[in-house]
Design a protein around this ligand. Structure first.
Ligand code: PEP
Ligand code: MG
Length: 578
């Protein structure tokens, strides 16, 4: 049994036989010298291959437009642009003349130069373009070498796809019914493959580095998209555990069908709201399918990582509008840019910091870049006419920051009004409570905010001084720590005192183990990844608020997280049938 840690790109669990998809056209590029007379012939061959490749990409583009969303279609639009790039063609023709080498080798050499340059860049966006260059040059090489590509559309049985780097065109054409999971050496959470895997709801773990070298065709593989790891040839015990988990998840999905339209209400009539967290607009329909009553957190920073274009006002506006329209009249909370810390966008944040997690992040960065901030606020305001928008500011540490952010919002409104652009005047604006100082002054912040949303990922990080990305101290990141529970309680109480709702959008909100405790603490709204909604709803519908309040009181009296955990485990065992 071997276990590989990667990056969770698409949630869920899949078990199946490995299918190694390794396209090795790049290792078989022929190289030979051509005569002066043959140069024109080679060039004509190249142009013909490019035309054939264009036809294929146009077909894929049509298919993407038909079956997928705008973002996916853009991937193929960018491929088409590359195929039609006259400068690139000139560069290839010049090299062909100068080198007197065959066209396959010339094309390969130029692609390699380009991709090396991009790979060395510190810009994540440029690095991810490497995949597109490979995809386009591979397509032309297949035409030149008359290679009939093994297509993932032709799979015959259910598989776990193990690959070095799944190109976007492969992901689009693959037989999604038969690809049960994806394990990939390369890629991060914002790569094309991650975006597509989430859109197809295929569990995926990326960034595994050695999957294709360590796993053989036919090996039994478990893809745990929730934990972000894969297990190859598991022992009996692990396999059975995951089989049970997969059955449970499947059964839960079935339950969802009957639960979907039922309210998230306790047995004694306390109604709470369950919403979804999303990173890309295409996730909105998925949220609805899982019964989300709105979007509680749209992490807008992912727009700035989407390949292809810069996130100018128009593009932001279109993305926000897409989410709002997709959710109909349901509320959509869009968080303004939370860049920095562990989410560096090199284009925006060139400065290196000694302590980025305590540095120039989120609202601090936006307030220091007012025009940039206003661009986002104007895009948000303009989109507000298309649905039920709420705006949320991240990383608020005190009243000054909240007031400053609200002032920039007012300025943006005034500028929009002056230019005759429409927006909703009445718009809820809330604050994330994810810094201890904000939780401690929640009573003050509540006077200026229309709602709170507790970000437990950062609240745990900052209150317990535990870097959320550091594996070595991960055991200290305990959301049940009495300090964290007290911050949560303080925040919820302050919100209620002022008559505003208290939401939570950190990971704790989707943790079924914490549901009863959070209900008991008085949380009004839980926002989580869409797939977590059914189980949380099921728990809410099987407990009473009265019992949950007693649990919360007992938990607040505990002196350690271990005590709280034991208390909650025992409580759950007694009340929730497994
Ligand atoms: C949080 O900190 O809990 C949160 C929801 O924000 P993010 O994970 O994006 O920092
Ligand atoms: Mg946060």
């Amino acid at each position: 049994m071997k276990e590989f840690k990667g990056i969770s790109a698409s949630s869920g669990v899949a078990i199946g036989k490995a299918f190694l998809y390794v396209d090795d056209v790049f290792s078989q590029i022929p190289r030979y010298t051509i005569t002066r007379d043959e140069v024109e012939l080679e060039w004509a061959r190249f142009l013909e291959a490019v035309l054939a490749a264009e036809t294929e990409v146009l077909e894929l583009l049509e298919r993407a437009n038909r079956e997928m969303g705008e973002e996916q279609a853009k991937i193929f639009e960018s491929h088409l642009m590359m195929l039609r790039d006259e400068d690139l063609k000139d560069q290839i023709q010049t090299k062909l003349h100068k080198s007197s080498q065959n066209i396959e080798w010339v094309l390969w050499d130029i692609s390699r130069e380009l991709t090396q340059k991009l790979s060395n860049s510190s810009d994540a966006y440029l690095q991810e373009r490497v995949v597109d260059i490979f995809d386009v040059s591979r397509r032309i090489l297949h035409k030149l070498l008359f290679i009939k590509k093994v297509s993932l559309a032709d799979l015959q049985e259910e598989v776990i796809l193990v690959t070095h780097n799944l190109l976007p065109s492969d992901a689009l054409v693959m037989n999604k019914r038969l690809v049960k999971g994806i394990a990939m050496d390369m890629g991060g959470p914002t790569s094309h493959t991650a975006i597509l895997a989430r859109a197809f709801e295929i569990p995926a773990v990326l960034g595994l580095s050695r999957a294709t070298t360590e796993i053989k065709n036919g090996d039994l593989v478990i893809v745990d998209g929730n934990a972000g790891h894969i297990i190859c040839n598991p022992n009996k015990e692990v396999l059975e555990r995951y089989q049970r988990m997969a059955v449970q998840l499947k059964k839960m999905a079935e339950d969802l069908k009957s639960l979907r339209d039922l309210p998230a209400e306790t047995t004694d009539g306390c109604r709470v709201t369950l919403k979804a967290n999303i990173e890309i607009p295409e996730e909105a329909p998925l949220a609805l399918q899982h019964g989300a009553e709105g979007i509680g957190l749209y992490r807008s920073e992912f727009l700035f990582l989407t390949p292809g274009q810069s996130a100018d006002e128009e593009r932001q506006y279109r993305a926000y509008k897409q989410v709002l329209e997709g959710m109909g009249s349901l509320p959509v909370t869009i968080r303004t840019l939370d860049v920095g810390g562990d989410k560096i966008i090199p284009d925006l944040q060139a400065t290196e910091e000694k302590n980025p997690l305590l540095g120039w992040r989120a609202i601090r960065f936006c307030l220091a870049h007012k025009e940039f901030f206003k661009t986002q606020l104007k895009a948000l305001l303009r989109s507000s006419v298309h649905g039920n928008l709420k705006i949320m500011f991240p990383m608020i540490s005190g009243i000054e920051e909240l007031e400053a952010a609200l002032a920039v919002l007012e300025e943006s409104k005034a500028e929009l009004a002056a230019s005759g652009k429409a927006f909703s005047e009445k718009l809820d604006v809330g604050a994330m409570i994810e810094i201890p100082s904000a939780a401690m002054t929640a009573d003050i912040l509540a006077k200026k905010a229309a709602f709170f949303s507790i970000g437990t990922n950062d609240l745990v990080q900052y209150s317990l001084a535990v870097d959320r990305g550091n594996e070595r101290i991960a055991y200290l990141a305990q959301p049940f720590h009495p300090a964290v529970l007290r911050f949560i309680k303080r925040t919820i109480d302050a919100a209620h005192e002022e008559g505003i709702p208290a939401a939570m959008c950190g990971e704790l909100a989707g943790n079924p183990h914490a549901t009863a405790l959070l209900l008991g603490l008085g949380l009004d709204e839980f926002s989580m990844s869409a797939a977590s909604i059914p189980l949380v709803k099921k728990i809410i519908r099987s407990v009473s608020l009265k019992d949950c309040q007693a649990l919360a009181s007992a938990a607040l009296a505990c002196s350690s997280y271990v005590e709280v955990e034991n208390l909650v485990t025992q409580w759950m065992r007694q009340r929730i049938a497994s």
